[in-house]
Ligand binder design. Structure first.
Ligand code: VGL
Ligand code: ZN
Length: 210
């Protein structure tokens, strides 16, 4: 059982990222039992929840003439335009009904500011607004962040990279993630993770480590 120096970060296991959801991640549902099994090996579990207002800047529907998966330039940089997803309080924003992590200590909601997206659980897409997660983890003595969830190439990768940048050891649990893979985004994300020193393991290896 991993104790106070470790945290399992379960990213965005929400209905809208499931195969029949608004922003479907292919085979995203397959990770639910793996995340559940992982969670039994960690005293400390933190969940993230993508949590947008309906008028959010990341939704193609809020930009005249734009379609999902196009990109636009915003003040803070390039933004992919997504289908409307994870609107605050809707069933699509709820956690998958079979996600079983009742002992999770914290749910970090992100992307709730209309004008700023947030793939990362640590720093919003303007790259300057912190969510508070790094401070929380430091204050409770966490040293190692184990990442799983959806989607590998967006919210999981950005969270893992920011966890490294915040000074934590980071491990990506590969079989407990699924990707969107838009224009080579998965390969790019995996390269960045390696360069940043993020480790990779599968769930059984992660559980077997003391
Ligand atoms: C995500 C795109 C938009 C994710 C969230 O959870 O990876 N991707 N919002
Ligand atoms: Zn989102």
């Amino acid at each position: 059982m991993k104790g106070q120096e470790d945290v399992l970060l379960v990213v965005d296991v929400q209905n809208d990222f499931m195969p029949d959801g608004a922003l479907a991640v292919p085979r995203g549902d397959e990770i639910v039992p793996i995340a559940n099994r992982l969670a039994t090996g960690f005293e400390h579990v933190v969940l993230t929840q993508d949590w947008h207002p309906r008028d959010h800047v990341s939704f193609a529907a809020n930009h005249d003439g734009r379609r999902p998966f196009e990109t636009i330039a915003l003040a803070y940089g390039e933004q992919v335009l997504w289908p409307v997803h994870c609107v605050q309080g809707t069933p699509g924003a709820a956690f998958h009904a079979q996600l079983d992590a009742a002992h999770a200590r914290l749910v970090i909601r992100k992307g709730y500011r209309r004008a700023i997206d947030s793939y990362s659980a640590f720093v919003e897409a303007d790259r300057r607004t912190p969510t508070g997660l790094a401070g929380y983890l430091r204050e409770v003595g966490v040293k190692r962040v184990w990442c799983c969830g959806l989607a590998t190439d967006y919210c999981v990768a950005w969270s893992a990279l920011d966890a490294r940048a915040a000074g934590f050891e980071v491990v990506l649990i590969e079989d407990a993630c699924r990707a969107i893979d838009l224009d080579g985004s998965l390969e790019r994300a995996l390269r960045q993770l390696s360069e940043a020193g993020v480790g990779r393991m599968n769930a059984e290896q992660a559980i077997a480590l003391p």
